[in-house]
Design a protein around this ligand. Structure first.
Ligand SMILES: C[S@@+](CC[C@H](N)C(=O)[O-])C[C@H]1O[C@@H](n2cnc3c(N)ncnc32)[C@H](O)[C@@H]1O
Length: 250
């Protein structure tokens, strides 16, 4: 994985370099660090930051222009809706900057698209390694993907790949692939979006009132990739299968 060295963050409508000492201070002061990858307009990250002023919430997205409205709001005084504990980083997860390595107590990926979506659905090494790079050992990862994405028109990035379901996460080898990169899948289920407190309001805004969407919700925990490899070596049959690419539809 090629990591960017510095940290480009939003200060209002502009991109600026975040001095390492400033990040170190914010990390030291935080009780909990949440990294939201593919944060989009960053409204969900902003809500988390406001709800938990003792946390540091870091939104990561390469489409930094989409984050400006939230960045302007977050830069206000806290009494006027500001969120000094929200940092919005211009970066793609596969080249996540080194200052973000090993800092997260929780990682979320909500409604990914583009490279992030394909990377997760097909278990691409750069995306899985990038997600793992930001996490501390034991950190939970939550991925939520709306199942309507598998209905026409299916985005190009995932066309031809098998639909992710609680069954296919195992049968396509994705769970093994994630374990190879240090993510042990702990739970996969289909839930109504309203069950997912963190995201339900963003989702509701998109879908319109009263609409529901079934969401594939995958949880994993950051483990030592080498531990997984040792386990695989102890079970040569499953280890050989586990390292393979997920099956693709004919
Ligand atoms: C549908 S938006 C979701 C936004 C937000 N999570 C939400 O729920 O409102 C998907 C986001 O994934 C971002 N994305 C795509 N590829 C990415 C990558 N490689 N690394 C990080 N973010 C990526 C896109 O730029 C986009 O903003």
């Amino acid at each position: 994985m090629n990591s960017a060295i510095g940290l480009k963050v939003l200060a209002g409508k502009k991109l600026t370099d975040l001095p390492p000492a400033e990040l170190a201070g914010a990390l030291a002061a935080a009780e909990h660090v949440l990294v939201d990858v593919g944060t989009g307009d960053a409204r969900t990250a902003y809500r988390q930051a406001v709800a938990h002023p003792e946390w540091l919430v870091i939104g990561v997205d390469p489409a930094w222009q989409r984050m400006t409205e939230t960045a302007v709001r977050a830069a206000r005084k806290p009494a006027k809706g500001g969120a000094p504990n929200l940092v919005l980083v211009n970066a793609a997860i596969e080249t996540v900057p080194a200052p973000l390595h090993g800092i997260a107590d929780a990682v979320t990926v909500l409604m990914p698209w583009g490279k992030l979506l394909r990377g997760i659905v097909s278990g691409e090494s750069d995306v899985l390694a990038g997600l793992r790079a930001v996490a501390k050992p034991g950190t939970p990862l939550e991925v939520s993907i709306g199942t309507s994405i598998w209905r026409d028109p299916i985005p190009l990035e995932i066309r031809g790949l098998p639909e992710l379901t609680p069954e296919t996460v195992g049968s396509t080898g994705l769970a093994d692939r994630m374990a190879e990169f240090g993510w042990q899948v702990t739970d996969v289920r289909l839930v109504p979006h309203t069950d997912l407190e963190t995201i339900s309001s963003s989702w509701a805004r998109r879908l319109g009132s009263g609409a529901t969407e079934t969401v594939l919700h995958l949880r994993a925990v950051a483990v030592d990739p080498r531990e997984t490899l040792r386990q695989d070596q102890a079970e040569p049959e499953s280890g050989a299968d586990g390292a393979g690419e997920p099956e693709r539809e004919a």
